[in-house]
Write a protein that binds this ligand. Sequence first.
Ligand code: BG6
Length: 497
Amino acid sequence: MGFSKQFLWGGATAANQYEGGVSEGGAGLSTADVMTNGSHTVRRQVTWIKPNGETGSTPLCFGSDERHLPEGAVPALLDDPKYYYPSHKASDFYHHYREDIRLCAEEGFNCLRFSIKWSRLFPNGDDETVNEEGVRFYNAVFDECEKYNIEPVVTLLHYETPLALAAKYNGFDSRHTMEAYVHYVKTCFERFGTKVKYWLTFNEINCIDAAPYVTAGLIHADPQNIANAAFHQFLASSLVVKEAHEHYPDLKIGMMLAYGPVYAYTADPADQLLAQQAMNRTLFYSDVQMLGRYPNYKLAEYEREGIVLPAKEGDLETIAAYPCDFLSFSCYGSHVMTVHDENEAKGEGNGGAQAHTVRNPYLATNAWGWATDPQCLRITLNTLYDRYHCDLFCVENGIGWNDVFEDGTVHDDYRIDYMRANIRSMRDAVDYDGIPLMGYLYWGCVDMVSNGEGEMAKRYGQIYVDADNYGNGSFARTRKDSWFWYQKCIASNGENL
Ligand code: BG6
């Protein structure tokens, strides 16, 4: 059977980690632009295991929400040489977009995912008129894609909110930000709607629980603020779907979920329940966006905690009437949880330390503790399809590695192993389980700043960018071994692994 002829193959990026050009073309600052690199945050050692069994350890710094400086101090410190703000230059896509898109086209991509920086179009987020220089930049990017028959997929909000909206309104805590977002999106449809068919409303919307500043621009975050912000994002998404269905019937609007299956560490029913509850914390977000209603387990939790939704008349009906057209997701690996906290690998699950998360003894990990799970995508696709019966799109999957540049390139066999295993697992889901899958986008196809650490050192790309953690370097692009491997894979429509 194999992948369909229309299968979308390509890569994914995000403006805050890739675009740079922060003060160019009349752009305003976003919440990402006041995030430092991770070097000032707390670090701990984490061990890693290569697929060939080699082991070692490296310092790990904690998640992206800890990268921003104390409230109030931020703008004043922007010129302080003590701090480095990686989004300002990032991978300088702003000046390299022609070259990058050409390299991706040569690799065989028929699809590329970008995000639009909202504050490049509306510097304060809620300005009445759009910044035409910003429109020109994105039009040039989409035209370049068209030249190579590359289908753009656009994320409307990827981990950055206009800073002015965060500072004045506490981001999506406020209905004002929600309304400004809908105005921004309507403008995107008007200005780019003939060039872009696939739109994603909020990147990894469920990460708001762990990273409310990054995901929704919350400077003050308690459970009530987070519930407000999630509600406003759900409503915004539905209003955007409504706009598209009523005025731009060719557009497809997807939600975007961060998904990693959670396995129970033991057969203890308490571990099973723990894993199920962890999954529900993620699936709550897709339940609302794909099924149009708040699930009972969440309503019961809100009631227990005294949380009240900021719903106005008609809002819940709008959410019910306009679910998303498809479900896109990121998936890097799986997680393991247990109530038996005596386990020595406590806190070393994928993506860092979380309560009750442990390392999976059966899987290899990278230097940041992220495990490669060869069954992950098949399990994920089955779970999501069984629950929602909708089109699915894997828009992020990849592996960060401390690549070594030698012999004029990077010999990244570990990345090839990772991709081979993941694409095979995805193909099994299509072949054996009949899952309707729209496409596969490899995360960070061109090296870019990592979200969690704000570093270049954790590279995902198949294209190397000559830049270090502090923006030093020529920014020249070089194809890695994985670039050639993926090129062959795409040319065979995923048969040649
Ligand atoms: C996803 C995000 O969570 O994971 C990306 O959508 C991010 O923005 C990616 O870069 C990988 O995470 P990290 O922290 O290694 O960059």
